[in-house]
Ligand binder design. Structure first.
Ligand code: NAD
Length: 488
């Protein structure tokens, strides 16, 4: 089979309808929306354009399924997740290709995301059977304290385009494990990966109504009525801080349980005692994973003045060696950005930095021709007031600034409204601990350029949001604690 035939075969298999109450159906009115390949700007396929009535039907299906699902055996929920995990792993090639077609990143990156995404199913298949409360003697000795943990109830999930599968499995897996039902709305740019995942869960034996998927062109129009509906008990959102704020406001009316995985502006600190080889390696991962379109992407490099020139030179050399191209082609390292708006934002931030005096060590331009490609870019001597240090870049751009003292470095790291992740490179143990404690983020990569791990609690502080996904904490987002005061 040729490459083009394989791509078509993968597209032919993916469902394009809404998944509601265990059935695949067209949107009310029959409307569709195009899914574009960001490398070719061509439409890959059309999917259902869900309307408010469809979203409400999905919520009704989730609400109807809730009681039986909450009462199902935890082992059975775990086994469904385990079967889905095995199926995802078995279909890695097809799922990765599908993801690359709609999202753009290189196939190796999509394969890595599929492995990461599947791992949430395995982790939570194991957690489903470990939910427990306690039985305790009252401090007075009279009476007992009993606590139980019960599923929150029907959830609404809204996910972004940058990790189309993993940002879904991080929510879906713990919700299934806990006994919650759900309505999921993937990003309009990348709905195919989520539809493929729903098909896998259907085939793994997930009962009708537990998972419902709505694809839609107008996200706000279909989500707001769900947040105002009393059947909804929880919202979990991954996306920009701006949209997150709007959804928090909408959730306030019903006092919904809310989890928010929002934007980031990760500082990458390299101290004078760092292992420079490891720092450059980590920088490549932290910057270039997902074409820089990650909430965890190193947004700014703060390097001790004694190492800055060498660090910049070595990073530039590595960045220059990357091959830009259509992600589905072999040997490509850097795919296109998601759309023209994203590429314009990246261009603006780079232009602003150079106008303020930053030096362009590499790249600095959009790639001419079809597709939303942007050159791997390194900026040195970036002044403190450059927008690129303050705003989320979401592209293959590495701005480097310098510092002279540890206090200066930590202050610079914390000078942002975001607080998702920071990367710290030092071989001095006491400094490492001091800096990890001083940095205002939910996560720190200490001498490593990646933190994402299904066994660890992922999440931010400040305007990067609240709530944790993965780890032992992850299932807690989907459980309520009930306390029973027992007379004895
Ligand atoms: P986005 O906020 O534009 O969109 C995210 C999702 O929200 C999409 O499904 C979109 O359709 C939907 N949406 C948009 N407006 C809405 C509205 N008014 N009501 C309801 N839903 C609405 O974000 P994006 O551009 O898709 O993703 C990139 C952002 O996501 C970045 O800021 C990134 O940092 C963040 N992100 C955060 C994490 C994390 O775990 N903290 C992970 C990945 C991405």
């Amino acid at each position: 089979m040729s490459g083009a035939e394989r791509e078509q075969a993968v597209l032919d298999q993916v469902p394009t309808d809404l998944y509601i109450g265990g059935e695949w159906r067209a949107a009310t009115g029959g409307g569709t929306l195009p899914v574009e390949d960001p490398a070719t700007e061509q439409t890959l396929v059309e999917v259902a354009d869900g309307q408010v009535d469809d979203a409400l039907a999905a919520l009704a299906a989730a609400a109807d399924a809730q009681a039986a699902w909450a009462a199902s055996a935890p082992r059975e929920r775990g086994e469904i997740l385990r079967r889905a995990y095995e199926a995802i792993v078995a279909q890695t090639d097809e799922l990765a290709l599908l993801m690359t077609l709609e999202m753009g990143k290189a196939l190796a990156e999509s394969r890595a995301e599929i492995a990461y995404a599947a791992e949430f199913f395995r982790w939570f298949s194991e957690e489903a059977v470990r939910v427990h409360g306690r039985y305790m003697v009252n401090t007075t000795g009279a009476g007992r304290i009993l606590t139980l943990r019960q599923p929150v109830g029907p959830c609404v999930f809204v996910t972004p385009w940058n990790f189309p599968t993993a940002m879904g499995t991080r929510k879906i897996a713990p919700a299934i494990a806990a006994g919650c039902t759900m309505v999921v709305k993937p990003a309009q740019q990348t709905p195919l990966s989520m539809l493929a995942l729903a098909r896998i869960l259907e085939r793994a034996g997930l009962p009708a109504g537990v998972l419902n998927v709505i694809t839609a062109r107008h996200s706000g129009a279909v989500i707001e009525p769900l947040l105002r509906d009393r059947r909804t008990r929880k919202l979990s959102f991954t996306g920009s801080t701006e949209v997150g704020r709007t959804l928090i406001r909408q959730s306030a009316e019903q006092v919904l349980r809310v989890s928010m995985e929002l934007g980031g502006n990760a500082p990458f600190l390299v101290f004078e005692d760092a292992d420079l080889d490891a720092a450059v390696e980590g920088a490549m991962t932290a910057k270039m994973r997902n074409v820089g379109e990650a909430c965890t992407a190193a947004n700014r490099f703060h390097v001790h003045e004694s190492l800055a020139a060498e660090f910049a030179e070595r990073l530039t050399e590595r960045m220059a060696a990357l091959r830009v191209g259509r992600g589905a082609e072999p040997d490509v390292d850097v795919g296109p950005l998601i759309d023209s708006a994203q590429r314009d934002t990246v261009s603006e931030l780079v232009d602003d930095a150079t106008q303020r005096g930053a030096h362009l060590a590499l790249g600095g331009s959009a790639v001419a021709g079809t597709g939303y490609f942007y050159e791997p870019t390194v900026l040195t001597g970036v002044p403190a007031d450059a927008r690129v240090l303050a705003e989320e870049i979401f592209g293959p751009v590495a701005p480097i600034a310098t510092f002279s003292t540890e206090t200066e470095a930590v202050d610079a790291a914390n000078r942002t409204e975001y607080g998702l992740v920071a990367y710290v490179y030092t071989r001095d143990l006491t400094r490492a601990l001091r800096v990890c404690e001083g940095i205002e983020t939910g996560m720190v990569g200490l001498n490593q350029g990646i933190v994402s791990n299904p066994a660890a609690p992922f999440g931010g502080v400040k305007q990067s949001g609240f709530g944790r996904e993965g780890g032992f904490e992850g299932i807690g987002e989907y459980l309520e604690t009930k306390y029973v005061a027992v007379a004895l």
